[in-house]
Design a protein around this ligand. Structure first.
Ligand code: MG
Length: 285
């Protein structure tokens, strides 16, 4: 569900989005530090909730009708919207965690994927780690494109170009392409977690809205090791690849302001991720 509030925020509104962004980042950091074999996804959920509430925020995923958790935890062939529960994290799993915080009526939304070490299956771990790395790097390339873009559509083109030029295995004719999900895309974010405009992770005909100060978007490439067809499980939420291939998901919420861009859901504003791409994030004035 997307709500319209006008897609360009005022400088004062952008400043109000830094706190929910930081709380979202804190919740993901807490989860990331705890991911290990033997931990359940419900335990991860409670760590995220604690981090958000201790900072005075509210887990905004709980505001989605019918959803009762702070995070989505999607393991292996589950791409997004996995419900935390009794599932135990195992060595070799690729785990995608999505979290969001609301503070003072404004929202943050971010996600990461991580591969749990498994010395007994180095090939599987390396394969999944590359999937996670390519997905993360496609996000940073999309964010870098946003910093230079005239129109939002340039973000999706940059993400697709990065993924297309980094195949999963081999090279030339032996290269296996990753799949970029098309069933789900990024979004504007502000007073609602999901707002206009959609943010595609691939090239589309429509160039999209102008990128100018006040635009705040959640960019979130979802990438699979195989096909892009998915289905929603019997729980009504979990999105799984139809071919059973592993998937990764990375996301950040980013503000465009008068002096540059700022990654709201990264503690350093995106400095480390963007430095190799020649982009320096600028704090919101
Ligand atoms: Mg999102």
């Amino acid at each position: 569900m997307r709500k319209r509030h006008g897609i360009y925020k005022s400088p004062a509104e952008l400043r109000l989005m830094t706190r929910p962004g930081s709380l979202t980042a804190a919740s993901l950091a807490a989860v990331r530090a705890a991911i290990a074999p033997g931990v359940t996804t419900l335990q991860l959920d409670s760590l995220a909730e604690k981090a958000i509430r201790e900072g005075g925020g509210v887990p905004n995923f709980m505001k989605e009708p019918g959803y009762r958790h702070t995070i989505c935890a999607s393991v292996n062939q589950d791409v997004v919207h996995g419900i935390p529960g009794s599932r135990v994290i195992e060595a070799g799993d690729i785990v995608s965690i999505d979290s969001g915080a609301e503070f003072d009526g404004w929202n943050g939304d971010a996600a990461f994927s991580v591969v749990v070490p498994d010395p007994s299956r180095p090939g599987v771990v390396a394969e999944r780690q590359k999937l996670a790395d390519v997905t993360e790097q496609s996000l940073w390339h999309g964010i870098a494109a946003l910093s230079r873009a005239s129109y939002l559509g340039e973000v999706g083109s940059a993400i697709e170009d990065y993924i297309e030029t980094h195949p999963s295995t081999g090279s030339g004719q032996g290269a296996v392409r990753y799949g970029i999900l098309e069933d789900y895309v990024g979004h504007g974010i502000g007073r609602s977690m999901h707002e206009e405009p959609p943010v595609f992770n691939y090239r589309v005909r429509d160039r999209g809205p102008a990128v100018r100060p006040g635009l705040v978007v959640a960019i979130e490439p979802m990438v699979t090791f195989g096909g892009i067809d998915t289905f929603t499980g019997e729980d009504g939420w979990t999105v799984t690849t139809s071919d059973g291939s592993a998937a990764a998901h990375w996301e950040h919420s980013i503000a465009v302001h008068a002096d540059g861009i700022w990654v709201l859901t990264a503690e350093d504003g995106g400095a480390a991720g963007l430095a190799p791409l020649g982009v320096t994030p600028v704090p919101i004035p």
